[in-house]
Design a protein around this ligand. Structure first.
Ligand SMILES: [Zn+2]
Ligand SMILES: [Zn+2]
Length: 154
């Protein structure tokens, strides 16, 4: 287990995440929600225990955006049906809007989705570990890791 530092664009928010060896990679999410929230074609993520994230600066001042969707936007290792009607809460720096982490109700209270692309080491050195919501991937994007139509089988 190693510690990784992250920060938002403006510097008001800083955090540290503890990741196991097998979590030190990016899960690419190609879902349509990720496209809209990020302005890019996919997001870089990892599911970690809530306790593994420590917001060291600006944690009291994070904005929160909640949406309810069919896909939930990120891997939840449950049946697709179970996702409907459950909220996804996105926590972001209120000043610059960088997304620090997301919490999906369907995953229970103790798991969060961390944006691995906002970790200093993550964006430099992590490799793609898997691709999810491959069905929504744009046709000109190459496959860079094992790709799932939606979520990996639970
Ligand atoms: Zn910021
Ligand atoms: Zn997504």
């Amino acid at each position: 287990m190693s510690s990784f530092k992250g920060h938002c664009h403006c510097g008001n928010t800083e955090w540290e995440a503890k990741l196991e060896k097998e979590q030190q990679g990016h899960i690419l999410c190609h879902c349509d929600t990720c496209k809209t929230l990020s302005g890019g074609t996919f997001t870089l993520n990892q599911i970690i225990p809530k306790d593994a994230l420590n917001v060291t600066k600006g944690g009291d001042n994070l904005g929160k955006y909640t949406y309810y969707g069919e896909s939930g936007g990120f891997p939840v290792f449950f049946s697709f049906q179970g996702i409907i009607g459950k909220g996804v809460h996105c926590y972001f720096c209120k000043n610059c809007t960088s997304h620090v982490y997301h919490h999906q109700e369907v995953m229970g209270p103790d798991k969060i989705v961390l944006r691995t692309g906002l970790l200093d080491e993550g964006i430099k050195n992590f490799k793609p570990a898997a691709e999810i919501f491959g069905k929504a991937k744009l046709p000109w994007e190459k496959e860079v890791a094992e790709t799932f139509e939606t979520l990996p089988p639970s």
